[in-house]
Each structure stands twice: as structure tokens, then as C-alpha cells.
Design a protein around this ligand. Sequence first.
Ligand SMILES: [Zn+2]
Length: 263
Amino acid sequence: MALVDTHCHLDFNAFDRDRLDVLQRAQQAGLMRIVNPGIDRDNCQAILRLCETYSELFAAVGVHPNSALTWNQQTLGNLRLLAQHPKVVAIGEIGLDLYRDRAPKELQLRVFREQLELAGELELPVIVHSRQAESEAVDILSEWVTQRTNGSSPPGVLHSYTGDETTAQRAIAMGFFIGITGPVTFKNAIQLQRMVMALPLTCLLVETDAPFLTPHPHRGERNEPAYVHLVAEKIAELKHRPLERVSDITTANAERLFQWRLV
Ligand SMILES: [Zn+2]
């Protein structure tokens, strides 16, 4: 079984004590790749250094909507330079977060749009974070998708998606993947589980968003990439498919999206 954790924050302090152990456990759990998205310019630089040390680790560079206040005149140019690194497979995580409300919406929108444009220019897919703004984010993405020059490759993923099924279907129709995280394993996640049952496997990615969103039965502990199999197992159970099949398809989906460049 070869799974991909398509979204994990291994650069965060939570892993400072035992990062190497975490990566070894991920390998033992059969993970072939891990994607570590950025949240601001400084942590993007730290992620690229980690990617140079660990071969299975790949990066996305971008400014998270909750970090939109760090955006300045240099940021776009900085990201453009960082994105030249051979291990950068996407621009992200970028988007809209009206739940945490850490930056004014107007600023979030501008930072989101500028980074979408950058992704278009660099022909990279995007990792989209949206909270309480899913349908608005998808509206913005639909404008962007029509302007992309590399229209045949998948445009991105709605990571840790918690919106409704109709909006997910709109995104899928544009070629986006839907990222599924630990909460799908929670007993009360009825809406999310129904959505997973309804969406085709060919549109799903598995992710941990570690150190957050720890799946059952580790809820309450720090999350880590090795636990991504718990998300895949839940999807297999919900869709009445063998785990092998879920693993093969979601890994193929991740490869199609991120097109790992040989390093
Ligand atoms: Zn994240």
C-alpha cells in the first residue's frame, strides 16, 4: 500500500523534537510522498530546507488567508523565486477563511487572487484553504480556471473540505480534487461522510493536515502523516471498496495533481 499525505505541516514546532522519527513512522506506514504547504513567506523557506533533507517531502509555497496581514509588496516576488525550487509542486495554501477572521476579507481576497495569478503564470496547481467561504472561493476559482493556459492538467485541491456537496460537485466539474482529513472518522461527521459516499474516488485525496485534525482513535493527540491510513480506511468503509483500491486511486490522483518533478 502506497499512500500520499497530500497536506501536512511538518515544519511546525509541534514536530521539532522528533521530526525524523515522524518521517520514519510515515515510511513504515507505507507513505511514499508527503506534501508540506506553506502559510507565509518565512515558513516557505523553512519547508524548502526540510525538502532538501528529506527525499519523500515535497512543498507548496504560498500565504495562508490567516496570514494575509504579512503580505507586502515583496511577497509575490519572493514566492515566485521560491517556487523555482525543484521540490515545489503547488502554490498553497491559499484561499479564504471567514471563520477565524484573522485578516480583513478584502485583503484575503486580494492575496488569494494575486497568488492564483502566480500559479497560472507558473503553471502550478493550487492548494485551497476555505472555511465558511467555500462557495465564494469556488466562484473565484471558476473565474481563474477559465484563464489558465495549462487547462489539461488538474487545477488544484480544496484541502480539508468541509463545505456542502453541491459546492464540491461544482469544484469537481472544474477538475479540482477534494481533500479528506481526519474528521471523516468522527462518529458525528454525518454530512462529511455522506459527501464522501457521493463523490467519485477519482476526485478524492487523503491528507492529515498534521499536527491538526487527528483521526479516531488518536483524537486528542498530535496528528502525524502515518495516521493518513485511518482516513483511507474510513473512505474504504464508507464506499464499500477494498483499502488497496482506495490507496491506489488516491495515490494516482495525487500524482496526477502534483506531477512530482524528478529531483
Ligand atoms: Zn494546512
